[in-house]
Design a protein around this ligand. Structure first.
Ligand code: 13P
Ligand code: ZN
Length: 272
């Protein structure tokens, strides 16, 4: 008998992890998600239990003291979360001193949070400073977006403009553009710090030759953001497959009109 049905966020986690796998963005254990939950949402977990295990974070997360996160487990497959969320994901609470995470639900066969938990928590901290509605951090390996990190300059202005000009939705969905960090070793505090620094300005950060980090106020919005970025990258791949010659695209004037029509502010550093 499943015990997780009272939390709609567990269902959302199952939905976005499986959809991401189904899109081909999560080979093997690729990808991870964290969702910040309120105490009222946590109270809806039927089998919430006292702390059974405590996990050393390895950095200071005091700004998130007392906060709960539903998070995928390290080494587990997105393909499987839908079948056994209480095994391949868990609910943790950040301790008052900000040094540890207590396991309150899930991880039932002894798993731990994702190896990218430093980047997730540091990104939550950075985003909460600019968006009090910040809830979700998602990482995955979208094929066409990763491919751009080989063929394009790692230049935020150039990459953002390329993606904006591939379809009308791009500017509307990510008007800030896309942040880029240098290639770095995953799973480290250093890549977490570099990513979080970008998150002060962007909701999407490219990890060259690896994948994407995206944030949002709910699972659908965050997943939709990744879908939109990857769709723009896919259109560019198709353009290259069709010979690569662009005869016309969305002009800067049209980008300005789009921003006005949808009430968004395109990043002025990137719009001419
Ligand atoms: P985890 O299995 O630890 O979540 O790592 C997957 C991944 O994509 C690393 O960047
Ligand atoms: Zn990864």
């Amino acid at each position: 008998m499943t015990k997780f049905i009272d939390s709609s966020y567990v269902k959302d986690l199952c939905d976005i992890t499986f959809s991401s796998y189904d899109h081909g963005w999560d080979e093997r254990n690729g990808g991870n998600v964290s969702i910040r939950l309120t105490e009222e949402e946590v109270a809806r977990f039927e089998d919430i239990h006292d702390v059974t295990r405590v996990y050393e974070l390895g950095f200071d997360a005091k700004e998130l003291a007392g906060q709960y996160f539903l998070v995928t487990a390290s080494g587990r497959y997105f393909r499987n979360v839908i079948k056994r969320p209480d095994v391949d994901a868990g609910l943790v609470r950040i301790t008052e001193d900000g040094q540890k995470a207590e396991v309150h639900w899930g991880f039932t066969d002894g798993a731990w949070p994702t190896s990218e938990f430093p980047t997730h928590l540091m990104s939550h901290i950075a985003r909460l400073k600019v968006d009090p509605g910040q809830r979700v951090v998602m990482h995955c390996h979208p094929t066409n977006f990763i491919a751009l990190s080989f063929t394009q300059d790692l230049d935020e202005r150039k990459l953002s403009r390329l993606l904006w000009k591939m379809q009308a939705e791009s500017l509307v969905v990510f008007p800030e553009g896309v942040g880029i960090i240098p290639y770095m070793t995953p799973g480290t505090n250093e890549i977490g710090e570099a990513t979080a620094a970008k998150m002060a300005e962007y909701k999407v950060v490219m990890w060259p030759h690896h994948g994407i980090f995206a944030v949002g106020g709910d699972p659908d919005e965050t997943f939709g953001l990744i879908e939109t970025v990857e769709k723009a990258a896919l259109i560019y791949s198709q353009i290259c497959a069709q010979g690569g010659q662009i005869k016309q695209d969305i002009t800067d004037e049209q980008l300005h009109e789009l921003a006005d029509a949808f009430g968004v502010v395109g990043n002025p550093k990137f719009l001419d």
